[in-house]
Write a protein that binds this ligand. Sequence first.
Ligand code: HAM
Length: 403
Amino acid sequence: MIKSLRGMNDILSDDYERFTYFIQTASNVATRYGFHFIQTPLLEETALFKRSVGDSSDIVSKEMYQFTDKGENDVCLRPEGTAGVVRAFIQKKLDKAGGIHRFFYHGAMFRYERPQKGRLRQFHQFGVESFGVESVYEDASMIMMVHDILVACGIGYKLQLNSLGCKTCMPPYRQELIHFVKNLGDKVCKDCLRRLETNPIRVLDCKNTTCQQFYTNAPKLINNLCDDCEDDFAKLKSILEDNNIEYEIDTNLVRGLDYYSKTAFEFISDKIGSQSAIAGGGRYDKLVEFLDGKATPAVGFAMGIERLLELIKMPHNTHNGYYIGAMDEEAIPLVVKLSQGKRKTKKVTIDYKARNLQKHLKAADKVNARFCVVIGSNELKNSTLWIKDLKNKTEDTIKVKDF
Ligand code: HAM
């Protein structure tokens, strides 16, 4: 038997209902915040992710679904959505046009990670990207949008916040950190020594507990921010407080992608095991320019839909549509005809087998139909049908022409 690949899941039945409910809810919230849908391809040039997510990141260095296509192009399945949206933004010349452009998207992302609960190789994100707003109010608005989406889905969370500084305060801090880690010698793991060469601040994100113990005493960027970054961070915290959004500062939050500066945040759930990040994002003011566009401030986030599935609280199922069935073989053509008519405006479930009334009622209940309609040979003779309102528990026999 052929099975799905490791880390690649089918989504069906109840999961699919929650999946679509989430996308609908999140899209509605994003639309209310003034964002517009964007769809970018699943396959992009590998160089796009190398330059944006960063060569030194785990995503690019270890986890890309990368291959050469039949035209000898070096391509890969997108590991995340931001890079593609930035590429589209520049390609459509929206950077040159100026103004504010706000997008939301959802779709499959691919990372060749070691699969475990909550960590898949094909997973789905809902994300938003905002271009052209320098103000930290936009960063706060991103966080409030994630809050609104999670609240609408009945999901609790913890918000972790950090500032990654800018080109003024990050380089001197980086030097200080390198100095600190070098002084630890070979007490830290090999990966951290490698990170010192490629992207030193990522040592703070090391999963090795021994390294983490050493890094509790590491210099903190948050204590070394330039005036501009410090003002923005203070303002962000005060906007969140004004809007009753609780947060905690995590000075080791560096995010797994290279394009961030200033605001970085993650939403965590303590109810889904070790893969607890349900959303992450931040500001990336340099990325548009870095991908050869006109310098444009930008900020965004993405949420991992699979990690949210088991947390989503759906509204109570409401009775909806019609179930139509026949009790005798000869009534089936009429059942089909009536269904075709009703389907123009209503959801209709139909059974092509003649069954007794109890079986039809049970099936109607299972699909949560509002009305169960049944036609037998008697009804056929009299041009009538039997209809039960499964919500109000009333029943009636009516003329077919009045249906
Ligand atoms: P990210 O933190 O890499 O950020 O991913 C966002 C979310 O995707 C995570 O918080 C997690 O819920 C989910 N996720 C990531 N990897 C997996 C996986 N292997 N299996 C299941 N879920 C996963 C980004 O991707 C950025 N592009 C977010 C962003 C948008 N920043 C600015 N704009």
